[in-house]
Structures are given as structure tokens and as C-alpha cells.
Design a protein. Structure first.
Length: 634
């Protein structure tokens, strides 16, 4: 049940809390200020523009704008030229604290988010003012002729915002609500100096080269089709081979650790998820509930409204099903189907389980943000005194996965509950025990970690592995969670040594997170040049001409018999063209066979990234690649 598809790169909230603003970094402050420079420039070019919010985000800043003119990349040079003028003017950022009534008067006069007083009300600013809690300070920031409702903080002058760049424009609903106005969102970035900006832009160019959506299409790994649905992945044959290799890798490790594989259905009754807490706690991330056919026919006969059906499903007066958002309730029911003694524990149940989450269409992205995905999921049921050892074993498994794939740059995040929030289920003492267990385990692991309040799942704390890829981007992948609450909610027991029933502890873990996101990351991490053991095609045999097709077929047969994924290029192209094509397809090894090789019983071995490796007997090459695959070498 790990939350492997947690939101990534979500838009920042329009307003931050007072504490968050005080903690704004120097770079965030600079970017926030540059957003005001952008707003000033936009208003100089299009005076009728209405501005909403312009916060800093992880990679820069944005401003949401209501404007009749459709902004395109062709407008970027004009906007940047005006921004440079404002930077050169070196305008001072000045803060003025006002009363709520004063701010509202300025908003209604059109002065906020503008260069001067206007006839039109600054409706977005009125709305934002109404969102500010009573008693919180209200301030206006001015730079030159631009005034805006803003809590700050800012740098001293616009002259500090020299190293900036407009990146893109997109549509965005006001406050992310599709019932509100659709605005134009201009994204930009800003750094302390031009060198840092140039380095960032170079990374973005490298990211484009590695984009898994482009490479995935070119390499034939996956496909997304509108006729199937957004966010639903079609694994093509080459992608399926990669997926199977990953599943075989983790299955080998699970077999060594005594896991039992299970299979469970993709849907379940609503009552199951009411008990687990996913319905309604997780309702916004779920697909709508499904009613039984007989129920629908009965409601139709009665001319019942849609709200009758919806309310009945939500309250439980109408029985329904749902696409599972998590696998764990099904695994819980497998555990509960048998009586357990303390001698049976731990029980370790594993499944490559596909789950479904409702994501907004604007947040979907290739394989890394989807609506249906498969987790390398497992749930362990153990006694309280087994928790430390089992968690440690789960963490070591995640470490092994990352090491095998060369992902050694990662940090560990201990996600805890926010004690002031009511979104968490269960007794505080159980949360304390779960958090202490994870804290001890991560300390034993011997890696640097951070504790982050408010990032826990609603049922328990978790340890997340956040991996930094080769161009410096963070990805949340493997996760391990300790849960005292679901065993309580489902009344799970085992018989202890005292012959009395006791409550087991549940551990959730997923080393990959999800196969879709993990594969998308691997495509970008390796730029499609996967380790041999993971490559969809490991060897391509290249006969110089059709005269050597028989020798090529013999090589293919010998390699296929030992499980190597191999093909032969029998096209009439010259061998140089065949080699170039194999390299474009990222095939690790090419075996060239001509007259000399056919006569001597050898193959000329080439690697996609290295020089010609020379001639080998076929047996020598078989032994070499067999060992490389067995070792899962990088």
C-alpha cells in the first residue's frame, strides 16, 4: 500500500503560511522578486492584464495572468527585453503594511497587481484578501510603478534579478480549480548569477535529450493512446522484456527472504476500503465508485437521480465496488483467512499489484505520473519484537536495488505525522511506536536522513528513498512503512506464547515504488543505454552479407538457448550502417560475422560505447555475456 505515486512537482500554493515565508531561502526570495519583475514587464506590454499569484517554485517561479492576448514563445523576447529594462532601472522593493480595509479599497480600485489605478476591480486580489486569516499581517510590495498584494520577502532591488529566463507558458485554472477562470501561467527561472543560470539551462537541455517520453517512443518501450485513456501505459514488447527483467530481479531477492507471492483482484467492495480508511480519507485520489448492474437497473426504473446513486454509494446504503487504490486491504484479507500462531510470524506477502489513482490530466506525465501503475508491493505481518529486524531487511533490499542500478546518490526521508492535523487515523501511542521503530531502523542503516512532519501516510509513518538522477533531479522511489493502525481497524490477531490473541504489526514496502515510474526514471538515468541484463535486446548479430546468414543464425541459436535476448540484422545494408542502427537502438553488443569469422569460427565483438573488442570464439563470448548478465553488472 505504499504511496509510490505521490504528487511530484505540484504547483506551489498561492499563499504560504507565515512560518514558511520566514523560512524562504535566499534563492526563493530572489525568484519571488523576479516574478514581480515579470509582472511589471507584462503590465507594461499589456496594461489590461489581470494578475493572480506569482510564487517561487522548486525550479523558478510563475505568474498566473488573465489576458485576452494569447501569450506564446514568440512573445518571450519582448517580455525579457522589458524585464531587462526594469532590472537596469534598479527599482527598490518597498513594503507597506496596510489594514484589511485599506487593502480592499486598493483592490476594488484596480490598483493592486497593476501599474496604476484602473477602472476594473482587481478581482483576484479581492479573492486573495478574503483568504487571508483574520489577524494576519497584510502588506503591499511596490517596485517602481507596480503595486501588488504580497507578504514577501523580497531582495532589495530589481537590479539583483539579472540572471533570469522565461521558460514556458501554459494554461492553469485559478487555484487549480476547474470551475474557476482559466489563466495563462508564465514560468520563469532566476539565479544569483549568469554562470548558475547557464548551468541550469544546460541541465534542462540534457533533460530534453534524456526525456523518457521521447526515448520510450524511439526505443519502442511504451505507448500511451488516447483511445485507451490518459495516464494508462501500454507496455510494448521491448518494455515488457525490461519489466520482466526487473520483476525477476526483485523476485529472486524475495525468494531468498521467504516471501510468498499472491494475486488479488483489481477491484474490491467499498466496505473493504471504508474499513481500511481509503474511502473516504483517500477519496480525492480514487476513481469513482462502481455500482452493481442490478442496482443501476433498479434506480433507472425508479427514475432516481445521479445524486441518489452517489449519496447511496458514499453512505453505504447502496453496495458498490471501486478500482483499488492500494493492494493492502486484499493482503490483509489473505492474512485474516487463516489462524496464526506467533510461530508462523512473520508472514510476508508479495504481489506485483496494479492500482489506480485519479490524477488531474494536467499533472500526468509519461510513465512517471500515471493513473494505473504496478507496485512491487509487499505486506509483512509480524510481532512487535520482530519489527526492527523486518524493517531493517526491507531497507537493505531497497539499498541493494539502488546499488545494482548504480543509483548511489540518494537521501532518506523519514515522513512523520503532523501532530496538529486531523487527517491521520489511529491512536497517538501507536503512531509514537511506529515512528520510533522507523527512526531506529534508519539510524542503524547508517545513512543521512531528514525528518519531515506532515508527510506520513494517513495510516502510518514511512521511510522514503529520494534518488538524485544523473542530472540532479530528485525522485521519490522506494518506501518502507510501519503500520499499527490497519491491523487494529481489521481486528487482525495471532496467538502468542501465552495462548492469548495479540495484534500483529504491519509493514508496507515497495523497493521500486512503481514499475512505471521506475522504468521511466531508468530510461532517463541511462539515456536508454541500459545495463546488459536489463536491455530489451542484449545482442545483435550482423552478417556482412547474406552469404553469412547461416553463421549468424547459428550464433543467434547458441545465445538464445542460454536465455540471451538476441536478434540478427539480415538486411542488405552495409555493415557500417548496421552498426550505426544497432547503436541508435542502444544494443549493448554487436557480433559482426564475415568471411574471416565464418572460417575461423569466431565473432568480431563490438560494444555500443567502447572500441572494437576484437575477435572471440562464440563460446568465449557466450561465457562472457552469461557472467555479465548473471552478475547484473553495470
Amino acid at each position: 500500500m505504499p504511496e509510490a505515486n505521490d504528487a511530484a512537482n505540484e504547483p506551489a500554493k498561492e499563499r504560504k503560511t507565515l512560518d514558511q515565508r520566514h523560512q524562504m531561502s535566499d534563492l526563493d526570495r530572489l525568484r519571488h522578486s523576479c516574478a514581480h519583475v515579470l509582472a511589471t514587464a507584462v503590465l507594461r506590454i499589456w496594461p489590461d492584464a489581470q494578475l493572480a499569484g506569482g510564487p517561487p517554485v522548486e525550479s523558478g517561479f510563475y505568474y498566473d495572468i488573465d489576458l485576452d492576448h494569447s501569450i506564446t514563445p514568440d512573445d518571450f523576447p519582448k517580455i525579457e527585453a522589458e524585464m531587462k529594462k526594469i532590472v537596469k532601472e534598479n527599482q527598490r522593493f518597498e513594503k507597506e503594511v496596510v489594514t484589511r480595509d485599506e487593502a480592499m479599497e486598493l483592490a476594488k480600485s484596480g490598483r493592486l497587481g497593476a501599474l496604476s489605478e484602473r477602472d476594473a476591480v482587481s478581482q483576484f486580489k479581492v479573492d486573495l484578501l478574503n483568504d487571508i486569516p483574520e489577524g494576519e499581517e497584510i502588506s503591499i510590495f511596490k517596485n517602481g510603478e507596480f503595486w501588488d498584494l504580497c507578504a514577501g520577502p523580497h531582495v532589495g532591488r530589481t537590479g539583483n534579478c539579472k540572471a533570469h529566463k522565461i521558460m514556458s507558458v501554459a494554461s492553469a485554472f485559478y487555484k487549480g480549480d476547474n470551475t474557476r477562470p482559466q489563466l495563462q501561467r508564465i514560468y520563469g527561472t532566476c539565479f544569483k548569477n549568469k554562470t548558475m543560470l547557464d548551468e541550469h539551462l544546460e541541465k534542462l537541455e540534457e533533460a530534453k535529450k534524456r526525456d523518457h517520453r521521447r526515448l520510450g517512443k524511439e526505443l519502442g518501450i511504451f505507448h500511451i493512446d488516447e483511445a485507451v485513456g490518459q495516464g494508462l501505459i501500454l507496455w510494448k514488447p521491448k518494455g515488457a522484456l525490461m519489466r520482466r527483467a526487473l520483476q525477476d530481479f526483485i523476485t529472486d531477492e524475495l525468494d531468498k527472504q521467504g516471501y510468498s507471492q499472491v494475486f488479488t483482484p483489481h477491484i474490491g467492495k467499498l466496505d473493504l476500503y471504508r474499513t481500511s480508511g481509503h474511502f473516504p480519507y483517500y477519496q480525492e485520489s480514487q476513481f469513482p465508485a462502481i455500482a452493481e448492474r442490478d442496482t443501476l437497473e433498479k434506480l433507472a426504473d425508479e427514475n432516481a437521480s445521479c445524486s441518489t446513486l452517489t449519496n447511496g454509494l458514499e453512505t453505504g446504503t447502496i453496495e458498490g465496488y471501486m478500482l483499488r487504490p492500494m493492494n493492502c486491504p486484499h493482503h490483509i484479507k489473505i492474512y485474516a483467512s487463516d489462524h496464526h500462531s506467533y510461530r508462523d510470524l512473520p508472514v510476508r506477502l508479495a504481489e506485483f499489484g496494479t492500482v489506480y489513482r485519479w490524477e488531474q490530466s494536467g499533472e500526468l506525465g509519461g510513465m512517471t505520473r500515471v493513473r494505473g501503475f504496478t507496485q512491487d508491493d509487499a505486506h509483512l505481518f509480524c510481532t512487535p519484537d520482530q519489527v526492527a529486524e523486518e524493517v531493517q531487511s526491507c531497507l537493505e533490499l531497497v539499498k541493494k536495488v539502488l546499488k545494482t542500478l548504480g543509483m548511489n546518490d540518494y537521501r532518506v526521508r523519514l515522513s512523520l505525522r503532523d501532530p496538529d492535523s486531523d487527517k491521520y487515523v489511529g491512536e497517538p501511542e501507536n503512531w509514537d511506536k511506529a515512528e520510533d521503530a522507523l527512526r531506529q531502523a534508519v539510524q542503524i542503516l547508517g545513512v543521512d536522513y531528514t525528518e519531515e512532519e506532515g508527510e506520513a501516510a494517513f495510516y502510518g509513518p514511512k521511510i522514503d528513498f529520494v534518488v538524485k538522477d544523473v542530472i540532479g533531479r530528485d525522485w521519490q522511489l522506494g518506501t518502507v512503512q510501519v503500520d499499527y493502525n490497519l491491523p487494529e481497524r481489521f481486528d487482525l490477531t495471532y496467538i502468542g506464547s501465552d495462548n492469548k490473541p495479540h495484534r500483529p504489526v504491519m509493514i508496507h514496502r515497495a523497493p521500486f515504488g512503481s514499475l512505471e515510474r521506475f522504468t521511466g526514471l531508468l530510461i532517463e538515468h541511462f539515456e536508454g543505454k541500459f545495463p546488459t541484463w536489463l536491455s530489451p535486446e542484449q545482442v545483435r548479430v550482423l552478417p556482412i552479407s547474406e552469404k553469412f546468414n547461416d553463421a549468424a543464425d547459428e550464433a543467434v541459436k547458441a545465445l538464445a538457448e542460454i536465455g540471451v535476448r538476441v536478434s540478427a540484422d539480415r538486411n542488405a545494408d552495409k555493415v557500417g550502417a548496421k552498426i550505426r542502427l544497432a547503436r541508435m537502438d542502444r544494443v549493448p553488443y554487436m557480433l559482426v560475422i564475415g568471411a574471416r569469422e565464418a572460417e575461423s569460427g569466431t565473432v568480431s565483438v563490438r560494444h555500443r560505447d567502447r572500441d572494437d573488442l576484437g575477435a572471440m570464439t562464440l563460446d568465449e563470448f557466450v561465457q562472457t555475456i552469461q557472467q555479465e548478465i548473471a552478475d547484473r553488472a553495470l
